[in-house]
Design a protein around this ligand. Sequence first.
Ligand SMILES: *Cc1c(COP(=O)(O)O)cnc(C)c1O
Length: 426
Amino acid sequence: MLDITKEYLSNNFKINEEVFKVSEQALKDVSEQFKLLDEIREFNQLKVLNAFQEERISDMHFTNSSGYGYGDVGRDSLDKVFARVFNAEAALVRPHFVNGTHAIGCALFGNLRPGDTLLTVCGSPYDTLHNIIGISKETNIGSLREYGVNYKQIELTATGKVNIEEMQKVLSEDSSIKMVHIQRSTGYGWRNSLMVSEIAEVIKAAKEAKDEVICFVDNCYGEFVDTVEPTDVGADLIAGSLIKNAGGGIAPTGGYIAGKEAYVNQAAYRLTIPGIGGECGSTFGVMRTLFQGLFLAPHVAMEAVKTAIFCARIMELLGFEVLPKSTERRSDIIQAIKFKDKDKVINFCKGIQAGSPIDSFVECEPWDMPGYEDQVIMAAGAFIQGSSIELSADAPIREPYIAYLQGGLTFDHGKTGVLMALSRII
Ligand SMILES: *Cc1c(COP(=O)(O)O)cnc(C)c1O
């Protein structure tokens, strides 16, 4: 770090000497790991570049469409670029997906029918899926359950792995299971994300037990963290959000689905309507941002992972329990930190907010959010509302006071945000 930088941080960002010292140590400790991340990033960048070249992406793909949006070449070509990047038969990348939950919901509703059963093998799925499935304590109106789709759930083992034996048993006993749902990221749990190699084993075992079962992976927060994606290892269908990794911090909204053509088409029938699918939908002039976001995504995802690892290491040095540990391989961009102290978790989140480019002057407070049992504090000073590829942190206000940190469009900013948050608690 330049002397001028140190002075600047101290004068303008009120970072104290003690925080500096641990920061330098943490940076030293993670430097080897950062080299591996650079290598993953390089490979993924080539993968994306090649897809753009193979699809001969040109200025004309950034044009607008209106009305029905028939023959929107930009939209159709972006689907093909995504399909190539994810090594899938087809993809559906749309600003019309309002979020990741919507994309996942379309994948499920589009491919499940009355009498079918959805089997989750990673324990309780991400909160917003509960309403889709019909297991929410709030409202289940319009859920899969209402349409006669059944649900079964297998818990993770004590070590956070998929219980493969149990999954195979359930699959061979229950002939109604049409889809296996695998969640790559931890969501708001205290467990490791599933490595793509682990997902590969789960898929292989599921197909062994039942050849025709659809293996769906919730890929949120996982894109470009590894050199392979679930679709490289046999996933039939994946979905994710464009205001997380895959949008590179540039996509203003949207989601994607990728996988086997037949399943992607069924999902498209749910996003729009049977007979129309992905062939309609004007794109409001956002195509360039979706292309450019994907192009930047391998880089930006790694900036976020670096921020997470740096945060993990510095918190470890200060005696906090973190998950994953700074040295563990990871499959998503989430960092969980256990504070065991209400004031500390709140001040940490306030510090992240204060370190944001947007709304840095705003003091975030815990509040009652719909769908959550406890109050939640959310720090999100983002260019794009709710974007969690941008530096953000949130924490349910309950024991043992865990904060979840994610994002960081640039590591320089991610690091500064973490240092500012730390300055508020030590
Ligand atoms: C973010 C996320 C989703 C979808 O959330 P949205 O806020 O609707 O984009 C689904 N599953 C997991 C694991 C996630 O992290």
